[in-house]
Ligand binder design. Structure first.
Ligand SMILES: [Ca+2]
Ligand SMILES: [Ca+2]
Ligand SMILES: [Ca+2]
Length: 249
């Protein structure tokens, strides 16, 4: 008899634990989180909390004249190498000195990604081996009008977008005070990011990705886990007591 009761309780406990696990699994993936636009003069301006403690896996400043092999750039632009001295606008630190500029006055350095059509913008798609990035960003360095940053998940579904028109200074020189970081985190993996602006051309730099810090479980998940553990503890206590009673009988 007691064996049957124990078996019933074990089944009940297993069912309860299963339902708690199912509830955890059924919790929708955390939504995407957008970062920026925030001022960016060097990699030390990556927003706190954007990457896990390991930092960026790849941060491409384009100074070697090509896009990192784990990325495909599309939208009509390309790496803007030497020869476009009048319009290059790179991240400030890429010439080795934080001085409010990185551009034509610095021979052979200050390389950016440029598209003469800001409306087409620039898309960077991850094509590397292994898991998709869960944190993916870049730095907008020049353009005009309203700037819009968006992202796609592994299946090509939109992860949303953010827009702002408050920071472009309307100058095509290499000033860096307007330069802004944009990024997105998504635990389910990010396939690509896109940035566009509604006026003029567009320049970007410091295309970068990595893994976001592990998500902190929601309070409801903790409650379910604790409830499951509590049930298990109660069942064990009851089983021990029954065992003691039987021994006394
Ligand atoms: Ca500089
Ligand atoms: Ca650069
Ligand atoms: Ca700029």
């Amino acid at each position: 008899m007691s064996h049957t009761i124990f078996k019933f309780k074990s089944t009940l406990l297993a069912a309860l634990l299963c339902s708690a696990t199912a509830a955890m699994a059924a919790t929708p993936a955390s939504p995407s989180v957008f970062f920026g636009p925030t001022p960016y003069l060097s990699s030390s301006d990556i927003p706190i909390g954007f990457y896990s403690a390991a930092g960026a896996t790849v941060l491409d400043n384009l100074e070697d004249g090509s896009l990192h092999s784990s990325l495909i750039g599309s939208g009509g632009g390309s790496v803007l190498a030497a020869g476009f001295a009048g319009i290059r606008d790179s991240v400030d630190s890429d010439d080795g000195v934080l001085n409010g500029t990185c551009g034509p006055q610095t021979a052979g350095r200050c390389v950016s990604w440029f598209n003469g059509n800001g409306n087409s913008g620039a898309t960077f798609t991850f094509q590397g081996a292994g898991a998709l990035p869960t944190a993916f960003g870049l730095v907008w360095t020049d353009g005009a009008g309203t700037v819009t940053f968006s992202a796609m998940d592994a299946d090509g579904q939109s992860l949303g977008s953010i827009s702002s028109s408050s920071f472009p200074d309307g100058s095509f020189a290499a000033g860096t005070a307007e330069d802004r970081f944009f990024g997105v985190q998504f635990a389910g993996g990010i396939r690509s990011i896109t940035i566009k602006n509604s006026g003029g051309g567009i320049e970007v730099d410091h295309i970068q990705y990595g893994q976001m810090a592990a998500a902190v479980p929601e309070p409801e998940t903790y409650a379910l886990l604790l409830a499951g553990l509590g049930l298990m503890g109660a069942a064990v206590r009851r089983r021990n007591r029954m065992g003691t009673n039987r021994a006394l009988d």
